[in-house]
Design a protein around this ligand. Structure first.
Ligand SMILES: [Zn+2]
Ligand SMILES: [Zn+2]
Length: 269
């Protein structure tokens, strides 16, 4: 399988000259299985360009949502396969508080939040609510697990032919050290929240994200073969992200740690 990052900014899309190296689009990762099936993780603004690349060449895909904070769904209405009547899109995600996953997504993709009524979406759209589950998608084993973050939120582990990819973009192990380890531990590749400096975290406890110290401690606990820092804070420019990478490398001693950026292709052995 191969993963590709289409967006790794957290909280709010942040375009502009200060974010050109790592990108300003919010969370979206494409995964291709060995058989060519398409699995999309989160629907931040990065999903728009992914949709342009996919439309016309796919007839079905699975979208795994970690949760419904806007930075993870705000691109969905601009995802071209949704307006392809020949495409089936299966949306998986946590059951939200106060309604179903389908109701919440339909509310967001309807006036007054969105100009096109939900009924006008052309694709065959189905919804699957998850909590702590394991299931198969075309030979890919998917495991979901709740993590520490405001509101129902999942992390995912995707495994194929003995290789595993863990996706944990929003997680606050500072409040619960074990959070998400059931999917992250020992992964061949881990994409994980590394949003705040330690100073910033002191005024953001409970917002659902990592300080650098919590992130590097988490790396030692999870011990992934390769790790990628994601959910970059909107206030962090390219230079600040690189400074944070240096700090995380020296604090963790991890030899295969890098920053996520748009366009990064991650081959899994
Ligand atoms: Zn987020
Ligand atoms: Zn969130």
């Amino acid at each position: 399988m191969e993963a590709r990052i289409w967006g790794c900014r957290g909280s709010l899309a942040t375009p502009g000259p200060r974010t050109v190296r790592y990108g300003g689009n919010t969370t979206c990762v494409e995964l291709r299985t060995a058989t060519g099936a398409v699995v999309v993780l989160d629907a931040g603004t990065g999903i728009r360009d992914l949709g342009r690349a996919l439309v016309g060449s796919v007839t079905e895909l699975d979208l795994l949502l970690t949760h419904l904070h806007l930075d993870h769904i705000e691109g969905l209405g601009f995802f071209a396969p949704l307006f392809d009547p020949g495409c089936t899109v299966r949306v998986h995600g946590p059951r939200p508080d106060g309604g179903s996953l389908a109701e919440m997504v339909a509310t967001y993709l309807s006036p007054p939040y969105f100009p096109v009524p939900f009924e006008r979406i052309d694709a065959d759209l189905t919804f699957v609510e998850l909590e702590r589950d394991t299931f198969e998608l075309d030979g890919l084993r998917v495991t979901s697990a709740p993590v520490k973050h405001p509101g129902p939120t999942l992390a995912y582990r995707l495994s194929e032919n003995g290789t595993s990819f863990a996706f944990v973009p929003d997680n606050e192990p500072g409040l619960e050290r074990e959070s998400g380890l059931e999917v992250a531990a020992g992964a061949d590749l881990l994409l994980h929240d590394a949003q705040y400096t330690d100073d910033e975290y002191t005024t953001r406890v409970g917002w659902g994200h990592c300080s650098l110290s919590h992130f590097t401690a988490y790396l030692r606990d999870a011990a992934p073969a390769r790790a990628v820092m994601v959910h970059h804070d909107p206030t962090h420019d390219d230079a600040e992200l690189e400074r944070m990478l240096d700090e995380a490398r020296s604090a963790s001693g991890h030899e295969r740690l890098e920053l996520g950026h748009e366009g990064l292709a991650l081959q899994l052995p």
